[in-house]
Design a protein around this ligand. Structure first.
Ligand SMILES: *Cc1c(COP(=O)(O)O)cnc(C)c1O
Length: 465
């Protein structure tokens, strides 16, 4: 999916170390990588939490005035500094001119969402007409399934990956029930092979080949929330469509993280949230994609007045003139305050490209992987020393920025020790800690510091066990 890289991250790290005449794990390597990072200025557009403000911090272990190591952009992105300004603009407008705000200003409230849709095109790889910003992610997933999932007696299944995000799982379950279908027979779940964590593309394609005739919709995530696996979207799309299925993706963990080309890949539909890598704040405005090829043939199952053409929307004559494509799926008027925060973030993305962000991301996460493997490779580790296993694929093309770590020592305790040291990441059952160095605002030095804190947390966990 990626263009071929000139140099693997591990080779870059080693090359720089030898140029600097130091060991690859030396702090100078991180500092040098930051110096060479052409995107490092983008960090300045975000508020980075301070150690002292984090609830679980142990002030005896850290310098309270230092920045926290925020590796949780996969769950909630940091706040762009312009959010407050943009919110204030709309609050002021509301205070000063009330309802006139619908039509005037930088973001007329009636079209506020449309004003920022163009900023999403590079991020998802789609035309503006294929993208709509509305609702929350799971709501959009439901709306899309109501339209694309039209089961017949022969073709009635939905294919998804094992351990899908609970909300997606429930959404699919309830959609099947809505159609009076037997959930167990209709929900086709692909599991990794025995003893493996990652789904093999060949296995996914085989299930599609075998069962495709009975599958109505394939709904995969782009990047898996737990393992961090980046699925082969074009291959799954192509195989599914060859069998006559609609193919859609939940891009919650993919959008703003990896390069996407939804239009060129021919994906039928997709949805995503914006509070993870898109930094719009909790509950932010979600997005949806409907491929151009469906603009005049696929109609939203549920319609509201914001799906009606703008030119005649306010005639209020109850004669629906549906907007073709994604915008026709809008039901309500856009929540302008959610538009503001997303706007602030998308403007930061606009200063670069997904291609450039991804290039940095590969090196940033590759550096993290290199460092973890150096210190905690299972083969190298002394038998007593805890080891750290990375379950995320090591192949660059099969992952985004997140690595999921599992440990030989109890994970809960290690996680606590990390939190005390100002590392913001999260733990997920059964035994993973997810860490996501985000290229938009994390630095190579963040990775370096994370690794030193991980060593200290593991040492402490070991001492107490
Ligand atoms: C984060 C996430 C969600 C959350 O759904 P909301 O409707 O935004 O609360 C759903 N699905 C996936 C795959 C996610 O990663």
């Amino acid at each position: 999916m990626e263009s071929s890289l000139p140099e693997l991250p591990a080779d870059t790290v080693q090359r720089i170390a030898s140029e600097l005449r130091c060991h690859p794990t030396d702090e100078r390597v991180a500092l040098h990588l930051d110096e060479e990072d052409k995107l490092r200025h983008l960090r300045e557009y975000f508020y980075i939490p301070k150690m002292r403000d984090l609830p679980p911090i142990d002030l005896s272990l850290v310098n309270k005035d230092e920045n926290a190591i925020y590796f949780l952009g996969n769950s909630l992105g940091l706040q762009p500094k312009m959010v407050k300004t943009y919110l204030e603009e709309e609050l002021d407008k509301w205070a000063k001119i009330g309802a006139y705000g619908h039509e005037v200003g930088k973001r007329p409230w009636i079209t506020g969402d449309e004003k920022i849709t163009g900023l999403m095109t590079d991020i998802v790889g789609a035309n503006e007409e294929e993208i709509v910003l509305m609702n929350g992610l799971t709501v959009n997933l439901h709306l899309l399934l109501l339209t694309f999932f039209k089961p017949t007696p022969k073709r009635y299944k939905i294919l998804l990956e094992a351990k899908a995000f609970p909300s997606d799982h429930y959404a699919i379950e309830s959609q099947l029930q809505l159609h009076g279908l037997n959930v167990e027979k209709s929900m086709l779940i692909i599991k990794p092979r025995e003893g493996e964590e990652i789904l093999r593309t060949e296995d996914i394609l085989e299930v599609i080949e075998k069962e495709g005739d009975s599958i109505a919709v394939i709904l995969f995530t782009g990047v898996h929330f737990y393992t961090g696996q980046f699925f082969n979207i074009p291959a799954i799309t192509k195989a599914g469509q060859a069998k006559g299925c609609f193919v859609g993706f939940d891009l919650a963990h993919a959008v703003g993280n990896v390069e996407l080309h939804l239009h060129d890949w021919g994906v039928d539909f997709a949805c995503w949230c914006s509070y993870k890598y898109l930094n719009s704040g909790a509950g932010g405005l979600a997005g949806a994609f409907v491929h151009e090829k469906h603009a005049y043939t696929i109609k939203p199952a549920l319609v509201g007045w914001f799906g009606h053409e703008l030119s005649t929307r306010f005639k209020m004559d109850n004669k629906l003139q549906l907007i073709p494509g994604a915008s026709g799926f809008r039901i309500s008027n856009p929540p302008i305050f959610l538009v503001c925060s997303l706007h602030a973030s998308l403007e930061v993305f606009k200063q670069t490209t997904m291609k450039a962000l991804r290039r940095k991301s590969i090196l940033l996460t590759g550096y993290l992987e290199y460092m973890i493997k150096h210190y905690y490779n299972k083969d190298k580790a002394e038998s007593k020393k805890p080891h750290v296993n990375i379950i995320t694929p090591s192949n660059i093309e099969d992952r985004g920025c997140q690595l999921t770590l599992t440990f030989s020592a109890p994970m809960k305790y290690i996680f606590k020790e990390l939190e005390k040291r100002g590392v913001v990441c999260d733990k997920r059952e059964p035994n993973g800690i997810r860490v996501a160095p985000v290229p938009l605002y994390n630095s190579f030095h963040d990775v370096y510091k994370f690794v030193t804190l991980l060593i200290s947390a593991l040492d402490s966990a070991e001492a107490k066990s």
